[in-house]
Ligand binder design. Structure first.
Ligand code: IMP
Length: 196
């Protein structure tokens, strides 16, 4: 089954492929350079996921799936949230975003460093209609980046029940417990139905 993912983030494509398993052939917008970048203007993960999936499905004339995700830090009233990718600026690198997060949390004790990753997966048809599924993963923010795996805030995120960051724990653990893995498992039935 071929599924188009409305993203150019190779890390997301890889994780989604690993969680969905070998029955799916994933294409991403990297395979369709003619489809323009979708502006992310929504105030929620759900609005952004639907916007991205619907835009790609309309542009390509096939069902498309999108992931919108981010990190919510309680001590920062839920920031960076939907602005996770551009927390430190429009074209910020992950290192810059992580540095800003650590700066804002300087002096905040471990018990107050609680956070969660959230992910909404949207599946859209070429007529623009869409359905969504959500997943979350709770944890806390480390004092300094650790580990080399994953992407984004992974070097700073310690999931509940572990002492190591997502970047240290590696793919096998992350793909079992992550926000994206939970959302994808919930979306699986929808995907099988829509991509028939
Ligand atoms: P999006 O591409 O607009 O959904 O932005 C997602 C952003 O949230 C990424 O650029 C990361 O900064 C962050 N993010 C989402 N999921 C993860 C994850 O699994 N690990 C680390 N950072 C993530």
């Amino acid at each position: 089954m071929t599924l188009v993912l409305a993203t150019r983030n190779a890390h997301k494509v890889r994780e989604i492929g690993q969680v969905l398993g070998p029955g799916f052939r994933l294409r991403s917008l990297a395979d369709f350079p003619e489809v323009p970048e979708v502006p992310e203007e929504g105030e929620t993960f759900e609005a952004n996921a639907v916007q991205k999936a619907a835009f790609a499905a309309r542009a390509l004339g096939v069902p498309a799936m999108a992931d919108d995700s981010g990190l919510e830090v309680d001590a920062l009233q839920g920031a960076p949230g939907v602005r996770s990718a551009r927390f430190a600026g429009e074209r910020a690198t992950s290192a810059e975003n992580n540095a800003k997060l650590l700066r804002l949390l300087k002096g905040v004790q471990e018990a107050q460093r609680s956070a969660r990753f959230r992910c909404v997966i949207a599946l859209a048809l070429p007529d623009g209609t869409a359905r969504t599924a959500e997943g979350a993963c709770a944890g806390r923010i480390a004092e300094a980046p650790r580990g080399t795996g994953g992407f984004g805030y992974d070097p700073l995120f310690i999931p509940d029940g572990y002492d190591r960051t997502f970047a240290e724990l590696g793919e096998e653990v992350k793909n079992r417990i992550s926000h994206r893995a939970h959302a994808l498992r919930r979306a699986r039935e929808m995907i099988l139905e829509i991509a028939k």
